[in-house]
Structures are given as C-alpha cells and as structure tokens.
Design a binder for this molecule. Structure first.
Ligand code: BES
Ligand code: MN
Ligand code: ZN
Length: 501
C-alpha cells in the first residue's frame, strides 16, 4: 500500500472514494461541512436526524454526488474533537481502512482534518503517520496458512492519498509518513514472527531473519551455536535449551548508524515455552509460540532503524531457545553458571526467560553500552497487574524511564513503572547458589525484574515486560488478533530520540 500527500481542496480531487473524517457533533464542521455543502448536504441531513453522529465507526456513503470530483464520498466518524490524540486517530483510521478494503476500493483519498489537538495539527507529521499506521495495521491479516479462497481475498487497496490544506507543512507530513511506514514494516515482521507456529519460527529461523535484515541494510550479524555458547560460559542459555531437539542460537545484529558506545536491545526469544519439567497446563499453551515476541520486536526495531537510517549505534541481541521437557532437560534444583559468573538455582524451569536474558544482558555488557533495554514476555503476573493496556517497566535509570514513558504515550504503546526496591531482592536469594530464578507468587513481575537487574549491573538499563501486551485474544481498532508487534514503536521512538540528542 502506497501513501502519498497532495495539497489541495478536497472537493475538487478526483478519486475513487473521498474519505471525509467527521468529528462528533450535531452538524458537520470544518472540511466535512465544506465537502458536504458541495456534495448535496446528505451529511448535514443525517446529522440533523441523529442518524450519524460522528462517533468512531459511523460511516455514511454518498455515491456519485454532483459538485465533487470524487466518485463517492465516505463520511467517517472519528469521535470527540477534544479527545483526538494520535492514538484516537490511529484507532479511527483502522476501522476506516477495513471499510475501504471491504468495499474493494483500489485507491482512496483522505480529506484533511485540521484540528489543534494536543499534538498540533492532525495533518502534520504525527497526524499523517497515524493515518498510515491505522490503515496499514488495521488491514493487516495473517493468512499464511489459509487455503480457502474466501479466507484469503487479497487486499486491492493500493494507494491512499492524504489531502492537505493549502499552507500545510508538506515536509513534516512526508516525514511522518516515511517514519510510520518504517514502523509498520517493523511491526509486521514482529507480528508475523509471533503468529507463525513454533515449528516454523525456530531459533535457526530467527537467525535467518536477522541475516536477511543484515543483508538488506548492511548490518553486521553474528550467530553463536551451542558450542560457542559453551565457550562463552552461557549456562543460562544452555540450561534452557538442553531439553529440546531444536538447537539454540544466540543472535547479535548490529546497526552501525554512528560511532560510539552502542544502545543494546535484548529480546527474549523462547520459540516455544512448554514450561519445561515444571510443565504448563494444556489450556492456552498454544499462545506460547509467541514467547519470542521480545526478540521479534528487537528485529522489527532494527529493521525500522535500517530503513530510517537512524544515526545511532544499536546492537540487537536475541537469546533464542526452545523450552521443552525431556530426558535431557534441566531439573528444578539444578544450578547454572551464567556468563556473568553468577550462579542460579533453577527453582522452576518455567521461569526460563530470565535465564536466557541473563546471558543476553551479560553479553550486552561486554560491548560497553551507553544504555541497555530488555524486552520480554516474562511473567503472567504482569497480566494480572496491568491487564492488556500497559507494558510493565522497571529499571535503574530515571532519564531512560522518563523518555520511554513519553514515547509510550505518543505511540500508544504505553508503559507503567513498577518498583525494584532493595527489599524485593531478598526474595530471590538462594540457599545453594548466588540467586534463584523465582521469588514466589507475590510481586512476580518485580522479582523477575530484580533478577535481571543483577545482570544489568551499573549500565543504565530498563526492562520491559510485554507478557500483558504482546498477544491479544480480541482484535483492537487497528491491532489484529494474535501478535501485536508491541515494542517496535516504543524502542524505535526511543532510539530516534537518542539519535536526535
Ligand atoms: N512466558 C511465560 C510468561 C507468560 C505467561 C507470557 C502468559 C505470556 C502469557 C514465562 O516464561 C513464564 O512461564 N513465567 C512464569 C514464571 C514463574 C514460574 C515464576 C509465570 O509467569 O507463571
Ligand atoms: Mn516460562
Ligand atoms: Zn516464557
């Protein structure tokens, strides 16, 4: 799908369908009033009868109206003007995109919506980007395994033109479009990888995907196999992987957008989490094919960084393994020696994410990073704490947490902080090793964060628990059911800010 911008009056733009956003109210205003005036007043009439209120999801089609150059006009409600944040616009755009696809239009134009919402005119950078993200993601489908014709109707919508009012900042709009196109590309990759089953997305497949990105953008990629992991002392990786026939991979992907100390992103990449010997219940276990969503988000972020040529040194790390029970699997009570030298008593083999992340963070620290982030579907407790609306955030660096909070609000990938007080560290003390891999039920998200903090050391570091947000059972306004690609917009946004200084 191609997005373009053009400056000009909506009524005189020739297109298959002219989408006119309408804010909630009793009568059309702004550009909606203008177009409706030229196109016969159907909207004013429908709003007068309260048949159409401008709520998100409200649609009114007018075919072949005289007075406008478009073949049809689609009036589309976008909700309350006061609440029209970029996220609200993305949500409205998701439904509008699906409506366009359902009607099999090949091409569409969106009339400008000039409003001074909190983020500035909706048509400037973030506004244009919101349309791109909403429409692209709203019309995304995962049909790789559908064989029946009716289930895999191709999307024919090929081009969307954003019409901007005269005097609008065209450069800002173009930039907003390009940024969001890169973000969407990264998200689609992350979502696809999360949705594919575990026999397809194996650790080796993740390594191939990293190789593909490296190839396309001239990045450096390094993939360590189990022998190399043994040489490096990665006991966490090996302990988790040893029960599976699927060989583990430790993947390092480096974007050299600038000189200097790197920002390191570590993404949990458990390609399937059965729980291991501490096996999970059967119900819902299929969702654990998505336990590599953190790693997928890191790949998606590096893809976006490559596409946007973000001038920053970024290293993505994917500790990838499958967590299986078998005769060779690790047992509860086993003690692992991790790459950092710290020993870990494995109380529960289902707390495997932190074991592979321990080695990911230790490796990251050997690169002398200026900052380190890890992102992981780490704890069920995070879902209990935050529901599906927020990413759990913990860390040792206030500036980094503050920036992530801001970027989260802008992108709709909102974060919420949990504390890492010293007292919480008490619960991961072990009788036999330096630490143990579970701290009990109470504060499960936090004690997992405490565990990771031991491996981050003094490096400015933030941990993002995306167990709550990486997967959704019901489709959102623009996010499909299944994998959500969460983290791509958040991390890319952070990197862009760091690059801007
Ligand atoms: N991958 C899971 C966490 C998870 C659960 C993600 C549900 C998404 C949805 C993780 O490896 C896990 O099993 N965590 C355990 C930790 C416990 C054993 C300390 C959990 O949350 O129950
Ligand atoms: Mn687990
Ligand atoms: Zn897991």
């Amino acid at each position: 799908m191609e997005f373009r911008v053009t400056e000009g009056a909506a009524a005189s733009f020739a297109t298959e369908v002219l989408v006119v956003p309408v804010v909630q109210g009793d009568a059309p205003s702004g550009v909606a009033a203008e177009v409706d005036g030229a196109a016969g007043g159907h909207l004013a009439e429908a709003m007068g009868r309260k048949e159409f209120r401008g709520k998100k999801g409200d649609l009114l089609y007018v075919s072949g109206p005289a007075g406008v150059s478009a073949r049809r006009v689609l009036y589309a409600g976008v909700g309350d003007a006061d609440k029209l944040t970029p996220e609200a616009l993305r949500r409205a755009a998701g439904g509008i995109g699906r409506a366009l696809v359902r009607s099999r239009y090949r091409e569409a134009a969106i009339a400008p919506l000039r409003l001074d919402a909190a983020f500035g005119p909706v048509d400037a950078g973030p506004g244009a980007g919101a349309w791109v993200e909403g429409i692209s993601l709203g019309t995304y489908r995962f049909d790789a395994y559908k064989t029946q014709e009716e289930d895999r109707e191709p999307t024919v919508l090929a081009a969307v033109t954003l019409l901007l009012p005269p005097g609008a900042d065209m450069d800002a709009a173009r930039k907003g479009i390009a940024t969001s196109e890169a973000l969407v590309e990264g998200m689609r990759l992350a979502i696809d990888l999360t949705n594919h089953p575990s026999d397809v997305v194996t650790p080796s497949r993740l390594a191939e995907e990293a190789g593909r990105i490296a190839q396309e953008f001239g990045m450096r990629v390094e993939v360590l196999d189990a022998d190399r992991m043994r040489e490096m002392g990665m006991g966490g990786m090996l302990g988790v992987a040893q029960g599976s026939a699927e060989p583990p991979r430790f993947i390092v992907l480096e974007h050299n957008g600038a000189e200097g100390a790197p920002v390191v992103l570590v993404g949990k990449s458990i390609t399937f989490d059965t729980g291991g010997i501490s096996i999970k219940p059967a119900a819902g276990m299929e969702e654990m094919k998505g336990d590599m969503a953190g790693g997928a988000a890191v790949l998606g972020t590096l893809l976006a960084c490559g596409r946007l040529r973000v001038p920053l040194h970024v290293v993505g790390i994917l500790p990838a393994a499958e967590n299986m029970p078998s005769g060779t699997a690790q047992n509860p009570g086993d003690v692992l020696k991790t790459m950092s030298g710290l020993t870990v008593e494995v109380i529960n083999t289902d707390a495997e994410g932190r074991l592979v992340l321990a080695d990911g963070l230790a490796y990251g620290n050997t690169l002398g990073p200026r900052a380190m982030l890890d992102i992981a579907t780490l704890t069920g407790a995070c879902i209990v704490a935050l529901g599906n609306l927020a990413v759990g955030m913990m860390g040792n660096d206030d500036a980094l947490k503050k920036t992530l909070t801001e970027v989260g609000d802008e992108t709709g990938e909102r974060v919420w902080e949990l504390p890492l007080w010293d007292e919480y560290h008490e619960s991961i003390k072990s009788d036999v090793a330096d630490i143990k891999n579970t701290g009990g039920r109470a504060g499960g998200t936090i004690t997992a964060g405490c565990f990771l903090q031991r491996f981050a050391g003094d490096t400015p570091w933030v941990h993002l628990d995306i167990a709550s947000t990486a997967w959704t059972d019901k489709p959102g306004d623009y996010l499909p059911k299944g994998g959500t690609g969460v983290g791509v917009r958040l991390m890319t946004g952070l990197l862009m800010r760091l690059a801007a200084g």
